[in-house]
Ligand binder design. Structure first.
Ligand SMILES: C[S@@+](CC[C@H](N)C(=O)[O-])C[C@H]1O[C@@H](n2cnc3c(N)ncnc32)[C@H](O)[C@@H]1O
Length: 266
């Protein structure tokens, strides 16, 4: 794996190595996640020492005010195998206490069919009422003003155009609706952050490649984080698109950031 030197070039969206256009990049991302789907959960938990579960639980809890509303409509974008969707479902069950009281199932959407297949199998095994549907986050099959909350965990960074991704989220959110984007970021300064940076760039890609049998996906991970806009650039983009109350919360030496915001009321 090559160590990044100099400032990585920031692009309007992700571009896996060897891709130039949005169409090529999107096809490559979908293919990459489809290929690693069978080992995705195992690797996520192993490579993060199960911290990924903590980050998703914290994210879900941030939105408990929305999740406790029995009429809330919630969409988890780039849901993969559904772990954030399930974390939100758990918060909702805890908050509402009555499993049957909510009126609308939580929806998870993703464009990689093998990821969705796994999400559906997990939902069936856990008797969850979540619904998983195929959709490209840049062309959502939902009407304007459909949702009270749209979330995404570790998915947004993989979009081929971040501004269009945010505009699409804003389109499907109701006035006053909330958004939560959980993403990796380059860690801050300090020895522990340096250790984490070393692990993320030099150890994780090798372990990920060995276990998943796919070296591209786990080399792509640190590269895509290095090229991803820094939190204040994401904040500026959210404000540009029309979100208010834009806020960031970071964990794990600032290597994991939750961006939250809402649309103004009409
Ligand atoms: C790193 S996984 C995250 C999955 C899950 N949210 C989690 O927390 O584990 C990224 C997911 O984003 C999906 N994805 C990337 N670009 C997408 C797009 N344009 N539309 C829908 N899904 C997309 C991939 O298929 C993949 O399942």
């Amino acid at each position: 794996m090559t160590v990044q030197t100099g400032k990585p070039q920031k692009l309007p969206g992700t571009r896996p190595d060897g891709t130039r256009t949005e169409g090529e990049a999107s096809a490559r991302v979908r293919e990459m996640f489809s290929r690693i789907a069978p080992r995705y959960d195992f690797l996520n938990h192993a490579l993060s020492f199960s911290l990924d579960k903590v980050w998703r639980r914290r994210t879900a809890r941030k939105f408990r005010r929305v999740l406790r509303r029995t009429d809330a409509r919630v969409l988890d974008l780039c849901c993969g195998t559904g772990d954030l969707t399930f974390a939100m479902e758990q918060v909702r069950v805890h908050e509402i206490r009555d499993r049957g009281a909510h009126r609308f199932p939580l929806i998870g959407s993703d464009f990689a069919q093998p990821m969705l297949d796994r999400a559906r199998r997990k939902a069936a095994a856990r008797s969850r009422s979540t619904v998983f549907t195929a959709a490209d986050a840049l062309h959502l099959p939902f009407a304007e003003a459909s949702f009270d909350l749209v979330t995404s965990a570790f998915g947004f960074r993989n979009l081929v155009n971040y501004e269009r991704g945010l505009r699409e989220i804003a389109r499907v959110l109701k006035p006053g609706g909330e958004v939560g984007i959980l993403e990796f970021s380059e860690p801050g300064a300090g020895p522990m952050a340096g250790l984490f940076r070393f692990y993320f760039r030099n150890v994780l890609p090798h372990v990920g490649a060995a276990i998943s049998g796919n070296s591209e996906a786990y080399t792509y991970l640190p590269g895509s984080v290095a090229r991803f806009p820094v939190p204040k650039e994401i904040t500026a983009l959210m404000q540009k698109v029309g979100f208010t109350l834009v806020h960031t919360t970071s964990w794990n030496f600032r290597s994991v950031v939750l961006h939250t915001a809402r649309l103004p009321q009409d």
